[in-house]
Design a protein around this ligand. Structure first.
Ligand code: TAP
Length: 496
């Protein structure tokens, strides 16, 4: 049966207000306020979530600071901390169905997709960083400035302190895991703020983390408005690190807010990632890959392949192939795993995406597929859309749409497509489709992006650094690189 019914356990959970986690205590907002949470597949209210006051946020930071200062987390051995993170992963796995349902309900993820994708990937993230806890190392050095004397010189990595983690709605559980796991592995205490639309899976994750043995105050979860609570966290003098994923516009505001105490900042921001198809590619694979790159999660993916460049001689074939896939996709609720594409996150976002499509058509793009809103039912749906014959003067080509809208154009030479691919304020990701191994690697070298795929698109791995050039961000998530960004580096010079 394709339709997934909500289990009684999750239904019961949603009857209550989703609470804040401060210093190990689940609580309502100080002023009792809560916000409605919507199901993007139906437009219906599914529950309400407490929205933190500034006083709540200050208490969360104070709890994190106290837990850091009294070493209740860093005082455990690395192996003990690793075991706790591993237990978090096991608990996510043990509650995978429930987590997948929660991800389906407020983030619009397909149940089976979440069950087999996001949920195990989030668990894997905790396992990956559990492994790093015992492997955070410094180096030894030799001194040249003082001849004839003995010195012992070494470096060590130390946790920064309190890390504020601010995440978007488009993959709440994985985004939370990508920040919480390396922060805790490094020894930081954290305050995480989910996007206002998607607190459900993170709230449950918090419960599992407490059950796994993360000490009170080391993990704090506060839902609340971005421009109030998010900003407060980015400004807070007791926060030493802010790791933000979201729009480039808000990323710049985070930099401003963080400058008061010069806190360390990691930013994972927007993208407009090129998909480059050469005429010698396996076209069947490239066509399917290009469609998947933009329509997966309805294009609400920061590394979505949203600009398609196809070499002249195969341009018509590739565009009509991708358009054919788009036209045949079944669009519908995330509860129905027989669908190919689910909803956008909100009515507002749906309208924004639709306006971008209209602007592209007004600027002269040719509609090869889609372009219409799907208005039956209350959910937030738009057809998978392909705009062909676009140019770099059009806003649909320069601006991130963050929806299932592909813009396509032809190219003739390798140098030309590299110039086009790099002609963007973003530099998050790219994919290159060709059978010529030299061309593939030379193009990968020339494209200015943080993550380049060859003959595939969008494959993530915990070991592979993830982040962008230019206005796609600062720093990297995943891998050892992410963990290092939650540490300070100390050098010690000892005369013996
Ligand atoms: P944003 O509006 O930037 O929101 C992201 C988060 O920041 C939310 O938790 C939001 O809270 C909060 N926020 C908003 N204004 C803030 C402020 N002034 N100070 C501090 N926090 C603030 O992005 P979005 O629309 O939710 O997400 C879509 C964007 O995220 C796209 O541009 C996409 O490319 C980007 N994204 C990037 C990546 C990576 S890895 N590069 C991954 C996913 C998404 P509220 O929800 O309460 O507004």
């Amino acid at each position: 049966m394709a339709e997934h019914a909500i289990t009684p356990r999750v239904a019961r959970r949603l009857e209550a207000v989703q609470r804040l986690l401060i210093d190990g205590q689940w609580q309502l907002a100080g002023d009792g306020r809560s916000e409605d949470i919507f199901n993007p597949s139906s437009g219906e209210i599914i529950t309400t979530a407490a929205t933190a006051t500034e006083e709540d946020a200050n208490r969360a930071v104070a709890a994190a600071r106290a837990s850091f200062n009294d070493h209740r987390w860093t005082g455990l051995t690395p192996a003990q901390r690793a075991k706790v993170l591993w237990r978090v992963a096991d608990l996510i796995g043990a509650h995978a169905e429930e987590m997948a349902e929660l991800e389906m309900l407020d983030a619009g993820k397909f149940y089976l997709g979440a069950l087999n994708g996001e949920v195990p990937f989030a668990a894997e993230c905790f396992r990956y960083y559990a492994g790093w806890c015992t492997k955070i190392e410094g180096t030894t050095k030799q001194l040249s400035t003082v001849p004839g004397q003995a010195f012992h010189i070494y470096t060590q990595r130390e946790p920064i302190g309190v890390a504020a983690l601010i995440i978007p709605w488009n993959g709440p559980l994985v985004q939370a895991a990508w920040k919480i796991a390396p922060a805790l592995a490094a020894g930081c205490s954290v305050v995480i703020k989910p996007a206002s639309q998607t607190p459900l899976s993170i709230t449950r994750l918090g419960e599992l983390m407490i059950e796994a043995g993360v000490p009170d105050g080391v993990i704090n979860i506060i839902s609340g408005g971005g421009s109030t609570i998010g900003r407060l966290l980015a400004e807070h003098p007791d926060v030493g690190k802010v790791s933000f994923t979201g729009s480039t516009e808000v990323g710049k505001q985070i930099i401003d807010a963080a400058k008061g105490n010069l806190k360390k900042v990691t930013l994972e921001l927007g993208g407009k990632s090129p998909v480059i198809v050469f005429d010698d590619a396996d076209l069947e694979g490239a066509i399917a890959g290009a469609a998947e790159a933009i329509f997966s999660s309805a294009g609400q993916v920061c590394v979505a392949g949203s600009r398609l460049y196809v070499q002249d001689s195969v341009y018509d074939e590739v565009i009509s192939g991708v358009a054919e896939i788009a036209k045949n996709m079944k669009v519908g609720p995330a509860t129905n795993s027989a669908m190919d594409m689910g909803p956008l996150i909100s009515r507002q976002h749906l309208q924004d995406v639709y306006r971008m499509v209209e602007a592209g058509l007004a600027e002269g793009a040719k509609l090869a597929a889609g372009g219409k809103l799907i208005t039956d039912g209350g959910g937030y749906f738009i057809e998978p859309t392909v705009l062909a014959d676009t140019t770099h003067r059009m806003s649909v080509v320069s601006d991130e749409i963050f929806g299932p809208v592909l813009v396509a154009m032809p190219f003739s030479r390798q140098e030309q497509v590299v110039a086009l691919a790099n002609d963007s304020e973003f530099g998050l990701a790219a994919s290159i489709w060709t059978r010529d191994i030299s061309k593939a690697h030379l193009t990968a070298d020339a494209v200015r992006a943080g993550l380049v795929w060859i003959n595939c698109h969008g494959i993530p791995d915990m070991a592979v650094p993830f982040g962008g050039y230019r206005q796609s961000g600062w720093g990297r998530e995943n891998g050892y690189e992410s963990l290092l960004q939650y540490t300070e580096l100390k050098s010690v010079i000892a005369r013996l």
